[in-house]
Design a protein around this ligand. Sequence first.
Ligand code: FAD
Length: 311
Amino acid sequence: MRPLRDSLLLLARSERLKRMVTSLPVSAGVVRGYVAGETVEEAVEAVAGLAEHGIDATVDRLGEDTVEPEHARATVEAYLALLARLAERGLAEQAEVSVKLTALGLSLPGGGHRVALENARTICRAARNAGTTVTVDMEDHTTTDATLAILRELRQDFPETGAVVQSYLRRTEADCRRLAREGSRVRLCKGAYDEPSDVAFTDPAEVDRSYVRCLRVLFEGGAYPMIATHDPRLVRIAEALAQRHARRPETYEYQMLYGVRPVEQRRLAEAGHRVRVYVPYGEEWYGYLVRRLAERPRNLTLFVTSLISKK
Ligand code: FAD
């Protein structure tokens, strides 16, 4: 499976393929299965639908690798509008937002760090005013140090800000030790980017073992783990660890992606667990979609069919 996954992640960088694929209306089957829609209203409707089942959300406005300052500013404006709409609909308690620092300007030449930090601060302030929080997504390994540095700065004023770590990175167990403090919100995922073997485990079993070690560190350190996985075995292990540490249900949560294992999402919520679904929306869904297809190559058939029929 890995060569196929790697080729797909490489294809994610092809501009020609991107133009062809993005000519698909967002309603095309596979895209719609993973993305709530292109507008704020569609995202908010998805949040409301989850809330009816007792499931919380973290909403992500799709877009990454911004190289234009205006684009980063537009992203901030979009998050402010989203937060205002969530508050108006009385959904801010159920829904926080996830942001990618490269969408906020991290890669801008000269001073990207400062721009991304200021933009993230603006979003954190608006989130707090709306009564909710922000989690800073983790991107490829070249951005890990900068992302964690910005997170540390953000947490000085907004300690509620969530971190994300990826168990496929060899460094992550050490990062977890630094992040595992009382109340520190840390999303633990396996990692979705194409990473070289000098920085990342390439054997899926090693990634899983690292996941368990990191989770143990987070529970032991008193953090608030956000267990982001669809892997049934890891969900079972997480539950056993939570019990061993006598964790009450409100001191950790499960997270899954919009459209992935919805029956399991509801089962966990009905069993009394806090569950949060990552709800992506927006026009720039291409990179996100390719990462999801790389995780699940059997969806390719459906994807290719929708490309050909252009429905
Ligand atoms: P896998 O071993 O990939 O999957 C386990 C099982 O889950 C599969 O057998 C299948 O049944 C099901 N499944 C998994 N993926 C899919 C899919 N796409 N479609 C259908 N079924 C599927 N990654 C980052 O790098 N940075 C982030 O900030 C980040 N944030 C995330 C936030 C949330 C809430 C979640 C759930 C994931 C996030 N990810 C992020 C993605 C993550 O790193 C993995 O790439 C993704 O979750 C797949 O890994 P898995 O743990 O589900 O395990």
